[in-house]
Design a protein around this ligand. Structure first.
Ligand SMILES: Cc1cc2nc3c(=O)[nH]c(=O)nc-3n(C[C@H](O)[C@H](O)[C@H](O)COP(=O)(O)O)c2cc1C
Ligand code: SF4
Length: 464
């Protein structure tokens, strides 16, 4: 065990695991200090200097050493699947003779998730530095940051940050006098959720319709313009400078085995203080909830979707016994996903909540594969009729059956994302579905009555 005392925070808020691990990505941010000079004053670009120039008597780091450090750190991709980052980087064919690409996924469209946009707004240089280090590790000379189309102001800010980095010699040819050259560009999408899926993102970046590709081949061998490509989430790149500066082992020990470092959680829904909170991996959910001010209005905790809307819902009591890391949440029956924690209090109707989720997925399906294109619509229409007092008892099993026939049978994971919430809602809150069907009214909520859940405009969008 390392001595982690130098990373201790003096605030009360990160006092978990009996230690006091400070923030790594949001440390020192005040909402306005995003410029290069501010980032440098917080130790920014020191990790890049460490690998390219060495220092403190140490030699510059080789690409293999950088990848080994990232592997040791236990950093797992923050985009949803939690894939080990160092392992992903090692898949990039080092000796490939042609162009290779690095792509940052800032498409962030998962309902509930709002962390990447804050990183881009308040600390864009940390993403740029992370990408330059990743490019060095994989021998890549060209990169793109694909930014969600509905946050155009942040795309412009990222362009400004790129200009600053270029002018300071951190980007371009022979960075800081080394042999490493890297050109990084910003690109904005147009707001489609599916363009967050990595291969749909690549299609969109190529100027085509954003629809997922069949895998394999994976982007490491056939990516942007058919060339080897590595794609990581914004927060994944943002984690890299700290772990290179302080070492992979220190990063690992800030979290839990196999779940290194800190993580930004978007605390949303029925909490007193919604927002992004950076805490060590493995923080008890109860502590995270406390930091967000607890359940709004002092109400009881009914349920939590712990990893963005694609993750299965869990009862509140289960979450209160769980820690916030990939392995613990998986053991509890859900996924850490993107780290959006949707908190639902005791007045929330699960049928109505599922209706909102199902509406989203049928709307965002790209339509390429039949089980997803047709099935998401069937799910939504069945939940809609249960919510509005027209459900039949057999609809509950039918919902499960349709979800079963979507899951695992589609080109991309959007199909699974649409199916899993349905199965989990029925598994944990079946009684509410039964009550809706039998009594044609809601079991919970103010007035416990059936309420219209979609606006007229939303209905017109669907029915044409
Ligand atoms: C429907 C769908 C939407 C996704 N949206 C995002 C997204 O907005 N941001 C993101 O980083 N990953 C998203 N992903 C995951 C990406 O495909 C990919 O796994 C991720 O960008 C890899 O980065 P990581 O290894 O750093 O997590 C999505 C996946 C699916 C199936
Ligand atoms: S699963 Fe859905 S979103 Fe994904 S490719 Fe198939 S139709 Fe498109």
């Amino acid at each position: 065990m390392l001595d982690l005392s130098k990373f201790q925070a003096n605030g009360r808020e990160t006092c978990f695991h009996g230690r006091h691990i400070g923030a790594q990505i949001v440390a020192g941010l005040d909402g306005s200090n995003w410029r290069l000079k501010d980032y440098e004053s917080r130790g920014g670009y020191q990790a890049l200097k460490k690998i390219l120039q060495g220092g403190d008597g140490a030699a510059p780091m080789t690409p293999e050493q950088v990848i080994a450090e990232v592997k040791n750190s236990g950093l797992r991709g923050r985009g949803g699947a939690g894939f080990p980052t160092g392992l992903k980087w090692s898949f990039m064919p080092r000796q490939f003779p042609g162009q290779k690409y690095l792509v940052c996924n800032s498409d962030e469209g998962e309902p509930g998730t709002c962390k990447d946009r804050d990183i881009l707004a308040y600390n864009p240089h940390i993403v740029i530095e992370g990408m330059i280090i990743a490019a060095h590790a994989m021998g890549i000379t060209v990169g793109y940051n694909y930014i969600h189309g509905e946050i155009f102001g942040l795309y412009e800010r990222f362009e400004d940050a790129l200009d600053e980095a270029r002018a300071a010699g951190y980007l371009g040819a022979n960075i800081l006098g080394s042999a490493h050259s890297f050109q990084l560009h910003a690109f904005h999408g147009f707001g489609a959720y599916i363009c967050g899926e990595e291969t749909a993102l690549l299609e969109s970046l190529e100027g085509k319709k954003g629809q997922p590709r069949f895998k394999p081949p994976f982007p490491a061998s056939y990516g942007l313009y058919g060339k080897p490509t590595t794609i990581n989430n914004t927060e994944t790149f943002a984690a890299v400078p700290w772990l290179i500066r302080n070492g992979g082992q220190a990063y690992l020990e800030c979290g839990k085995p196999n779940n290194g470092g800190t993580k930004l959680f978007s605390m949303v829904g029925d909490v007193e203080r919604p927002g992004n909170y950076e805490v060590p991996m493995g923080t008890p959910f109860s502590k995270l909830l406390e930091r967000a001010g607890g359940v709004r209005g002092g109400r009881g905790l009914k349920a939590v979707i712990p990893g963005g809307s694609s993750a299965p819902v869990l009862p509140g009591a289960v979450m209160m016994d769980t820690t916030m890391d990939y392995d613990a949440i998986a053991k509890a029956g859900s996924m850490l996903g993107s780290g959006a924690v949707i908190v639902m209090d005791e007045t929330r109707c699960m049928v109505k909540s599922l209706l909102r989720l199902s509406y989203f997925y049928q709307h965002e399906s790209c339509g390429q594969c039949t089980p997803c294109r047709e099935g998401t619509g069937w799910l939504w229409r069945m939940v809609d009729r249960i919510e509005h007092g027209k459900g039949r008892m057999e609809d509950i099993d039918l919902l499960n059956s349709v979800a079963d026939n979507i899951q695992g049978r589609t080109i991309c994971a959007l199909g699974d994302a649409a199916a899993m919430p349905v199965r989990a809602m029925i598994k944990h809150f079946r009684a509410e579905f039964v009550h809706h069907i039998e009594h044609k009214r809601c079991l919970v909520g103010p007035g416990a009555a059936l309420t219209p859940t979609l606006s007229q405009r939303e209905r017109e969008n669907i029915h044409g």
